[in-house]
Every structure is written in structure tokens, then in C-alpha cells.
Design a binder for this molecule. Structure first.
Ligand code: SAH
Ligand code: SF4
Length: 407
């Protein structure tokens, strides 16, 4: 697997005879890389009343503050001290695209040093067809730059792994859309799904710290049930999650009814069997009382046959589980195709006729919602080809070709 370069942001060092004289200041820490408790302890250590920490996090989460100077009521000395040590500035937006119907928006955020990640906003719940018409704003966020799992059908997997995101970088994606909502209650974020770039359980600590901020009343104060973590199936991570005692939803990406095919599609799955994942799901259900979802990306002629649906049903039947079918979203991957509507429907019917609770993921703005990693790939490719980027009718600096397939 080749590591993706990020030509749009690569800095070419200048060769000089004399070393540069300017001192490089260490990057200031983001306040959200501390937990609510740690932030409070720090400010109390500075002799500040504890409520100052809540004032800061409320300003960031509820009012979208991006600089300490805009937070009302902060004493000047404290503001200066915070500015010296910390930052709350958001990442720059490299690209932004919205689907024709306005229901789905995807942004590419610049994390510096050549790293960029995608986040998607959906004005509906892609996992819940019954939510149509209800006020739902679901954000799909990334947890890593690239991914080490190498799934053959996934744009992120094909980019290779660069690094884990920090807690504040995960939260920055949510905060971007909080600011875009600008206090409008109909655009308030209600759900966050960890289904963007990367494997959340391979960046366990930062993912969980982000979840804590999202559900904490000093943070975004979301319902725990409004959060979904999707994993390629890291059993040790699922076990840790069980021990957290949270009520978040778990999705396990299965994609095949037998181990041989699964290992072909997910090279990183080599050490794990489907039976073991079903066992992990059982443990999660027992501990949380929550239904587990199995994600299944449907690939034409690869894993979408009737016999495969039957085998899948036999493995998950009887569990308090749900199968979410995701018709493959074409990416840079070679030789894979999206099944026809009829084949998707036939696969769904077979599962349902065998007593499996199954749905097809809602497809609005599918090209941006389902194939996280694609925007980054497209922007990189576009900028790498020496031409100036074209702009799609509703996007900024976004290549037209990537907007195909929007609802
Ligand atoms: N790494 C985690 C979460 C990020 S991927 C995981 O794999 O679960 C989120 C979901 O999108 C996964 O279920 C993944 O299989 C699916 N996915 C990735 N690329 C896709 C594509 N091109 N078409 C359809 N689904 C895709
Ligand atoms: Fe990583 Fe998930 Fe993509 Fe697989 S599907 S490469 S685990 S992001």
C-alpha cells in the first residue's frame, strides 16, 4: 500500500547557505485536548475559579468561539495567559461541497503539515429511514488521517495511514458544523457518527475523549444514543468500549459472510474471524442493552449473491442486531462495481425473509456521504495535475467530477 502524498499542502524546504534565524515557536495546545476535569484543574491551579473552565468550553461549544478575545467576561490577564499557552482557532476549510438537494455537505479541513480530513453533515439520519421528516442533523467525522486497514473498496484505505487525529482535531470537525448552524435550532447537531476517515478504535483514547466531550454537559451535551462508533472489527477496542459503560451505538463492518472473502476485502481482518466478531457483538449487546449494527458494503458480483445473503443471515440471526447494507460507492479502487438496485433489493429481501432485521443505507448525497476519503483523494489528484482546480456549481475549489451521483 502506498502512502498518499498531499501535494496541495506539501511545503518544499528551501536550501539556503545560512540557517534560518527565526525561532520556531512550539505549537500551542488546544484547550479541548484536555478533558473537562483537566481543564478545570489547570485553571484552578492558576488561581481561577472553577467555573472559568465551563465558561471557556461553553463559549466554544455553544457559541462557536474561535478566539479567546471574543469570549465575553474573561478577565484580561486570564485571556493573555490563555492566549500564550492555548489556542481555539479552527482549521482552514480546503474544500466544501453540498449535494443538489442541500441535505448533505462535506468539508475538507486542513490540519497543517500536509494533513487534511473530511467531515460530512447530513440533514437526516442515514442509519434510520424512519427519521425522515424529523429534525436530525448527523455529522460523520474522521478519526485518523488515512487508515492502516487497507480495505480494498475504501478511498481512505487506499491512501494508507498517516497519523491519528488528536481529540481537538476530531472535535474541530463537529465544531465546524456547530458554527455553520449559527444557533439555528433546525440545524442543531443531534447525532455524530464515527464513520469518516480512519478506524476509530485504532485511535481509541482520542476517540473516546472526543465522545466524552460530545456527551458532557460542559461540551456539546448530545445524547449518548446519538453517537455511533463504526469499527472494522478491532476486538480489543470493542472490549474496552464495553467497559466504558456508555450507551453509544456500535457498528461492526462485516462486508462478507465468510472469513476467506472478508480477509480479501479487509486485509487487516486476517487475525479475526466472523464468529469472533459475532461474539464481540453479543458482549456489547449484553453489556449495554443496545442493538448492534453490522455494516455490509455491497459489491457487485463479489459479496451480493443470494447464497451469500443466506450465509450472512445464518451468522447474525438471533442476535439483537441489524444489518445495514451500503451499496458500494465507486472510488479510485480498481475493478469494483456498485450492484444494480434490483440486486440490492434482492439481497435485502433474502435477509428479511430469513428473519434478519436489515435496511439499505439512505442514499441522499451518497457520493459524499458514503465514500469518506474520496474528497481528499479528488482534491489531491486535482491539485497534483498542474491545472488550476475547477469549481463545482455548489462547491468551493472542488473538482466537478466528484459531485456526480448526488441526489
Ligand atoms: N473504519 C471504520 C469507520 C470508517 S469507514 C469502519 O470501517 O467501520 C465507515 C463505513 O463506510 C464502513 O462500514 C466502510 O466499510 C464503509 N465504506 C468505506 N468505503 C466505502 C465505499 N466506497 N462504498 C461503500 N461503503 C464504504
Ligand atoms: Fe479504514 Fe474503515 Fe476504510 Fe477499512 S473501511 S480502510 S477500516 S476507514
Amino acid at each position: 500500500m502506498t502512502r498518499a502524498s498531499v501535494p496541495c499542502r506539501t511545503l518544499v524546504p528551501m536550501v539556503t547557505e545560512t540557517p534560518p534565524t527565526t525561532l520556531v515557536m512550539p505549537a500551542r495546545e488546544h484547550i479541548l485536548d484536555r478533558s473537562p476535569e483537566a481543564l478545570r484543574a489547570l485553571l484552578e491551579g492558576w488561581g481561577e475559579p472553577g467555573y472559568r473552565a465551563d465558561q471557556l468550553s461553553r463559549a466554544v461549544f455553544a457559541h462557536g468561539a474561535t478566539e479567546f478575545a471574543s469570549i465575553p467576561g474573561l478577565p484580561a490577564a486570564l485571556r493573555a495567559r490563555l492566549e500564550e499557552r492555548f489556542r481555539i482557532a479552527p482549521p482552514e476549510v480546503l474544500a466544501r461541497v453540498t449535494s443538489e438537494d442541500g441535505a448533505t455537505t462535506k468539508v475538507l479541513l486542513d490540519l497543517g503539515g500536509g494533513a487534511a480530513v473530511e467531515a460530512v453533515r447530513m440533514a437526516y439520519d442515514p442509519e434510520d429511514a424512519s427519521s425522515a421528516g424529523r429534525a436530525r442533523v448527523t455529522l460523520c467525522v474522521s478519526t485518523q488521517v488515512g487508515c492502516a486497514m487497507g480495505c480494498t473498496f475504501c478511498a481512505t484505505g487506499q491512501q494508507g495511514f498517516t497519523r491519528n487525529l488528536t481529540t481537538s482535531e476530531i472535535l474541530a470537525q463537529v465544531l465546524h458544523f456547530v458554527r455553520e448552524a449559527d444557533g439555528d435550532p433546525s440545524r442543531r447537531v443531534t447525532n455524530v457518527v464515527f464513520m469518516g476517515m480512519g478506524e476509530p478504535l485504532a485511535n481509541y483514547a482520542h476517540t473516546l475523549e472526543a465522545v466524552r466531550w460530545l456527551v458532557d454537559e460542559r461540551g456539546l451535551h448530545l445524547r449518548q444514543r446519538g453517537i455511533t462508533i463504526s469499527t472494522v472489527g478491532l476486538r480489543s477496542g470493542i472490549r474496552r468500549l464495553v467497559a466504558e459503560g456508555l450507551q453509544v451505538n456500535l457498528t461492526i463492518s462485516l462486508h462478507a459472510p465468510d472469513d476467506e472473502l472478508r480477509r480479501e476485502l479487509i486485509p487487516a481482518a486476517a487475525g479475526t474471524t466472523i464468529d469472533e466478531l459475532v461474539e464481540s457483538a453479543r458482549e456489547y449487546i449484553a453489556a449495554t442493552g443496545r442493538r448492534v449494527t453490522f455494516a455490509y458494503a455491497l459489491l457487485d458480483g463479489v459479496n451480493d449473491g443470494e447464497e451469500q445473503a443466506r450465509r450472512l443471515a445464518s451468522r447474525v440471526r438471533g442476535l439483537q442486531a441489524h444489518v445495514n447494507l451500503i451499496p458500494y460507492n465507486p472510488t479510485a479502487g480498481e475493478g469494483l462495481r456498485r450492484p444494480t438496485r434490483e440486486r440490492v433489493r434482492a439481497f435485502l429481501r433474502t435477509l428479511q425473509s430469513l428473519g434478519v432485521n436489515a435496511t439499505v443505507r439512505i442514499e441522499r448525497g451518497a457520493a459524499i456521504a458514503a465514500a469518506c476519503g474520496q474528497l481528499r483523494t479528488d482534491v489531491e489528484r486535482e491539485r497534483a495535475s498542474a491545472n488550476a482546480p475547477r469549481t463545482s456549481p455548489r462547491g468551493e475549489g472542488f473538482p466537478e467530477a466528484s459531485a456526480r451521483g448526488f441526489a
